[in-house]
Design a binder for this molecule. Structure first.
Ligand SMILES: Nc1nc2c(c(=O)[nH]1)N(C=O)[C@@H](CNc1ccc(C(=O)N[C@@H](CCC(=O)O)C(=O)O)cc1)CN2
Ligand SMILES: Nc1ncnc2c1ncn2[C@@H]1O[C@H](COP(=O)(O)OP(=O)(O)OP(=O)(O)O)[C@@H](O)[C@H]1O
Length: 200
């Protein structure tokens, strides 16, 4: 099996081959798909991400959320708790700053923080996924840490909030991801063409 680093490099390269027109088209397809999906029905608070490194652009879907009174939150690298994320409200008026990876995030302001328990869905970025719902990210372990408590609860009840939903281009699906003990698989991943549900 390929190593995690090889897989990461290969899929990041595949993703980078999508041109601007393809990215725009896929992003609109995703938005249309999400708007119709039952997981989005009735939600009030969602966490999502701003695209980086060829990731599927989420802005068309975010615009729809804003128009439909769904509050949107973005991950912010925790200023001192290493490897952890905070989630801050994102509106049209948010002041954004670049984090250490060059990704735009809301400027830290404690008044805009939401707790995980208050979120309905966390849409997660990812580099690769496999038919078991395994997720390979950029390598920081940020979402694995964020979702560890959720996973423990889900394994007991087959139900827990917030629901994590991965978003990815179709080209990010691979046959198998070498699994590590800390990896948190996802119960659902949505691409511009397909909704996958995984029995995790
Ligand atoms: N859009 C988006 N936002 C996100 C994530 C993500 O995957 N996508 N993250 C998901 O966890 C967190 C940031 N994690 C990241 C981890 C590594 C790299 C990265 O570019 N690493 C470089 C080398 C690292 C360095 O510069 O020190 C690389 O691999 O080339 C980027 C984001 C929070 N925000
Ligand atoms: N729950 C956790 N507690 C402590 N360390 C963790 C946890 N989850 C992951 N890590 C550490 O984080 C590092 C990176 O993990 P990994 O390569 O799986 O990240 P990733 O899933 O690709 O990234 P991300 O979740 O940020 O997109 C690993 O060294 C791992 O030991």
């Amino acid at each position: 099996m390929k190593t995690r680093d090889t897989l990461r490099q290969e899929i990041r390269y595949q993703r980078s081959l999508l041109n601007t027109a393809q990215q725009a088209e896929q992003s609109l397809l995703l938005s249309k798909k999400l708007i119709k999906d039952k997981v989005v029905k009735g939600v009030k608070h969602i966490a999502i991400y701003l695209a980086n490194d060829g990731e599927l652009n989420t802005q068309p879907f975010i615009n729809w959320c804003w128009q439909n009174s769904i509050a949107v939150y973005l991950p912010v690298i925790h200023p001192f708790s290493k490897g952890n994320l905070l989630f801050l409200k994102y509106t049209e008026n948010s002041i954004l700053v670049k984090n250490k990876y060059g990704i735009l995030e809301p400027r830290l302001d404690v008044r805009n923080i939401i707790t995980l328990a208050q979120l309905d869905i966390i849409f997660t970025p990812l580099v690769a996924f496999d038919p078991q719902g395994n997720r390979l990210g950029m390598g920081g372990g940020f979402y694995d840490r964020t979702l560890a408590a959720w996973h423990a609860q889900y394994q007991q009840n087959k139900e827990a909030t917030p629901l994590p939903v991965g978003l990815a281009h179709d080209c990010q699906k691979v046959t198998a991801i070498p699994f590590e003990s800390w990896d948190i698989p996802l119960p659902k991943i949505i691409t511009p063409t397909t909704s996958y549900n995984f029995d995790i």
